[in-house]
Ligand binder design. Structure first.
Ligand code: FAD
Length: 436
């Protein structure tokens, strides 16, 4: 046995993916070092930095940590019957993840090294090992490294008093005055989370949310409906990357009685393969023209969340509008509403950027765990800036022993966001790493 065989697999980032992968590797007899920021260790952004009123957007009986036990979260909560298909608080899911982490620690002892630390740099040594420097001053070495950094969100977007570009940062909203008018950029799930968080802290001011099309996420069908498989004509259009034709076929299926949500569910498992077959031009067209619509049918919200939005809209305290944000100065935001030629000014003491990270391509190069790897040519940002180049199993080409999991793989397969896909990635990657 050569000395490298004894090195643990290092997982950089201890959110959902890091934990799911650690569980799978430990079950396969591997040793693991799981490194992540102390602030949300084991929970990640989604389930550590949420508030009580933020609900999961996947039913409890589909949120288990392991692909072979999808109902484990509902079981852990002891939910029965219809309750198992309800949408539980995200923080409660974080508690479940901590319970799973405690179980792994108890079962595997020293084979699992939990390191609560910030990663300050990663590089490749002359020994061909990956060197991971952490903020305690220690450097770990391994021949197998998995980057599990979520959206690799960095300080390239920072918050100041009037523009909040990191809405998930702790206390990001806490300085917002109770009566302050607020403009939210984006009308998708993060916007909804921000509105709920503002309500929970007693905010009473007017809120305007703006996006190019002003489209809101759809509701989850209740009771849940089975997925609608795509018609052969729709599938053929998608396989050819003929997106306009695909949209027409999608509409035909809807006109024939299918719900958009169930058709999106029917397509979900096929997306990675379709995406991989599309030339760059089709992927670009998808992002530009279809993405807002796709996101709204694919990433849906529970009915109870929508009820809060409806109530606020009825009271005139929340407006959802289509248009473009131009800039923000002295308590006013300049916008151009869709269909209008002239700009308008609306009162906005604070602007919350809830558009996500996709426009911010520089964040990868600025991220401490990624910057040297990118500069040294071990990692490449994918051509659309969605993630980092990798193969279908998450291996980084030309960088032996370096792998990706989760959001960082979106450029390769697009559908790499939610728990059902991520835990399947974890199981497949563990299988591969254990076979090294
Ligand atoms: C607000 C929100 C709500 C969501 N809700 C759902 C849902 O209901 N259902 C669902 O299926 N999916 C949901 N998702 C999708 C979610 O992204 C995945 O479910 C999953 O949490 C992603 O896990 P991850 O490990 O890839 O990323 P993360 O959970 O973000 O984990 C990445 C970890 O890396 C750490 N990290 C980053 N940089 C460093 C560094 N330099 N040093 C050390 N650690 C570092 C971060 O602190 C973080 O803990 C949601 C996402 C968000 C943002």
């Amino acid at each position: 046995m050569d000395s490298t065989d004894t090195l643990p697999v290092v997982i950089a980032g201890a959110g959902f993916c890091g934990l799911a992968l650690a569980a799978q590797l430990l079950e396969r007899g591997q040793a693991v070092a799981l490194i992540g920021c102390a602030a949300n260790y084991g929970r990640g952004t989604a389930y550590g930095d949420a508030r009580r009123e933020h609900l999961l957007n996947v039913p409890a009986d589909r949120m288990g940590l392991r692909a072979d036990a999808p109902a484990a979260f509902a079981d852990w909560l002891g939910l029965q019957d219809d309750e198992r298909r309800r949408f539980r608080p995200r923080l409660e899911f974080g508690d479940y993840l901590m319970h799973e982490l405690d179980g792994l620690r108890a079962r595997y002892g020293e084979r699992l090294r939990c390191i609560e630390a910030g990663i300050t740099a990663i590089s490749r040594g002359t020994d061909a090992r990956w060197h991971i420097a952490i903020d305690s001053g220690e450097t770990l070495e391994s021949d197998r490294l998995v980057l599990s950094l979520g959206a690799a969100n960095t300080a390239s977007k920072t918050n100041n008093g009037t523009i909040i570009r990191q809405p998930w940062a702790r206390d990001a909203l806490s300085d917002i005055d109770t009566n302050a008018p607020v403009l939210i950029l984006g009308t998708a799930l993060t916007m909804i989370d921000m509105v709920l968080a503002l309500q929970a802290q007693g905010h009473r001011g007017a809120i305007t949310a703006i996006s190019r099309r002003g489209r809101l996420p759809l509701l989850h069908p209740e009771p849940p409906l089975p997925p609608t498989p795509p018609s052969p004509a729709l599938l053929a259009a998608l396989e050819a990357g003929a997106l306009r034709r695909a949209l027409r076929e999608f509409r035909k299926t809807i006109d024939a009685g299918a719900a958009p949500a169930t058709l999106a569910d029917g397509l979900r498992a096929l997306i990675p393969q379709l995406w991989r077959g599309w030339p760059l031009q089709s992927r670009k067209r998808f992002l530009r023209h279809l993405r807002p619509w796709w996101d709204s049918v694919r990433h849906r919200v529970p009915r109870e969340v929508f009820a809060t939005l409806d109530h606020l809209r009825d009271e005139g305290r929340l407006q959802i509008r289509a248009g473009n944000f131009i800039d923000h100065e002295n308590g006013d935001a300049r916008v151009r509403w869709r269909g209008e030629r002239h700009e308008a000014a609306i009162p906005a003491s604070v602007v919350i950027d809830a558009t996500g990270w996709d426009g911010d391509h520089d964040r990868y190069a600025a991220h401490p765990a990624l910057s040297a790897l990118i500069a040294d040519g071990h990692l490449r940002i994918d051509p659309l800036g969605l993630g980092l180049d990798c193969t279908a199993d998450g291996s980084v080409p030309g960088a032996n022993g370096l792998h990706l999991i989760g959001f960082l793989r979106r450029g390769e397969c697009w559908e790499s966001t939610a728990v059902p896909e991520l835990r399947a990635q974890a199981a497949a990657l563990a299988e591969r790493l254990a076979a090294y």
